[in-house]
Design a protein around this ligand. Structure first.
Ligand code: FES
Ligand code: FE2
Length: 436
């Protein structure tokens, strides 16, 4: 195990567990819908207001604290399911940007309604992501926040990565385990060879090729970064990982400027023992949409992701238990040289927990109703329905493609003249399925 000097440890990212989190793909947040999630046990709702601006509110109505689950988003106005309180955004002359009740029950309450405001967190849209600035204390207006960390530092572009050159596929996964165990998993290069060695396509990463690496670490107030080189070929970067607090990990395969692929992994601490990950896998060749569609590339890749995450799941759940039992203490574990990033992450995480206490802001007990948290578990990796759905889609599409190929071959064999005429444009084909 490599032991860090106290001076090295002193340089740790200054952004702690409270700050900007990517919580949702931008295109998933549709008009007239409500998207529920939670952060550090606090239930939240994200939606688009009447100006199409994303909003993040505390999921508690200011009348009698009903959740907005079962409520509506009508053209950007949010309606409480309990007594029909209707809330709309209003930018005021004093600079506040409130979401105020414009009607409840009948006109007798108009004056009362004016004093009901939803509580919000700053929420922005950038690079096809929705980000929220989470502090644990929602306010009547996003302008009430003093934003201490800057979103720009967590964007892939800040690391020389040009999104325009790449296209991506994406999956969401919900784990019942500690949030920080998942980040640790994504900073662990060696387990990819062993735990996922039989699942990954390609011959260069599997159980037979597992190896140790030379590693260089770079860190500053914004990030922790590790570059791994193969020992025999120290010039070529095998992989580089960047942890950008609080919840983003970016992994480059090969040197960052010419990476074969890039993964952006966002980790959302939903509640105790529950976390969501958004995985984006960027590649250049995905920009060829026709080829990807023909080869069903995105669906196949999603299938691989679900398999990989179900392989991680048992480890992460049992490791969470062991951590809660105190077995993951530094004194009880012996790290390898390649675990240096994990060691730095632990150091950052522990420091932030002690400084910000994010889990104590909305504490739960063994008696707390878990309804919100249970409903949020939409994408468990072990859910057979998810992989079953993808398999069904792939099977159906493969069948359509095979059928089309057979039709073309039959046409070439039995009606070559007709095919020739179609190619030369001398035959007018009837339009199938069109209506006058
Ligand atoms: S609790 Fe929402 S309108 Fe009454
Ligand atoms: Fe993994």
């Amino acid at each position: 195990m490599t032991v860090e000097s106290p001076i090295e440890k002193a340089i740790r990212p200054s952004v702690g567990l409270l700050g900007w989190y990517s919580v949702c793909a931008s295109k998933l947040l549709k008009e007239n819908e409500l998207y529920h999630l939670s952060m550090f046990n606090e239930p939240l709702v994200i939606y688009r207001d009447k100006n199409n601006k994303p909003r993040c509110i505390k999921d508690s109505c200011p009348h009698r604290s009903a959740s907005f689950r079962g409520g509506e988003n009508e053209n950007g106005e949010i309606v409480c399911p309990y007594h029909g309180g209707r809330f709309t955004t209003s930018c005021n002359q004093d600079g506040s940007d409130r979401i105020t009740c414009k009607h409840i029950i009948d006109s007798h309450y108009d004056n009362f309604a004016n004093h009901l405001h939803l509580r919000q967190y700053p929420c922005v849209e950038q690079g096809d992501y929705i980000y929220i600035y989470y502090t644990g204390e929602a306010q009547p207006s996003p302008n009430d926040f003093q934003i201490k960390s800057h979103l720009e530092n967590s964007l892939p572009e800040a690391y020389g990565f040009d999104l325009k050159d790449y296209e991506y596929e994406e999956v969401f996964i919900d784990f019942k385990c500690d949030w920080s165990r998942i980040i640790e998993n994504h900073l662990d290069i060696l387990h990819i060879f062993w735990l996922h060695g039989n699942t990954l396509p390609g011959n260069d990463v599997n159980r037979k090729t597992i190896k140790s690496f030379n590693q260089s670490i770079n860190k500053d107030q914004y990030h922790l970064r590790s570059v791994y080189h193969e020992k025999e070929n120290n010039k070529e970067e095998f992989i580089s990982q960047i942890f950008i607090p609080p919840g983003r990990v970016i992994i480059f395969k090969g040197a960052t400027e010419q990476a074969r692929y890039v993964q952006v992994l966002d980790h959302i601490p939903l509640s105790h023992n529950r976390a969501r990950i958004i995985v984006r896998h960027y590649r250049k060749f995905l920009r060829n949409k026709l080829l990807c569609k023909l080869l069903l590339f995105k669906q196949r890749q999603q299938k691989v992701f679900y398999k990989i995450f179900s392989e991680d799941y048992l480890v992460l759940q049992t490791q969470t238990f062991n951590e809660q039992m105190g077995y993951l203490n530094q004194g009880q574990t012996k790290l390898l040289a390649e675990d240096k990033m994990i060691n730095l992450f632990w150091d950052w995480h522990q420091h932030s927990l002690e400084k910000e206490h994010p889990w104590d802001i909305h504490p739960t007990t063994a008696h707390t109703n878990t309804i919100h948290q249970d409903m949020l578990m939409l994408y468990p990796p072990a859910n057979p329905q998810l992989s079953h759905d993808i398999k069904r889609i792939i099977d159906r599409k493969v069948a359509v493609r095979l059928f089309s190929i057979i039709l073309i071959i039959l046409a070439l064999i039995f009606a070559p003249d007709l095919v020739q005429q179609i190619k030369s444009g001398n035959v007018s084909m009837p339009m199938v399925g069109t209506q006058e």
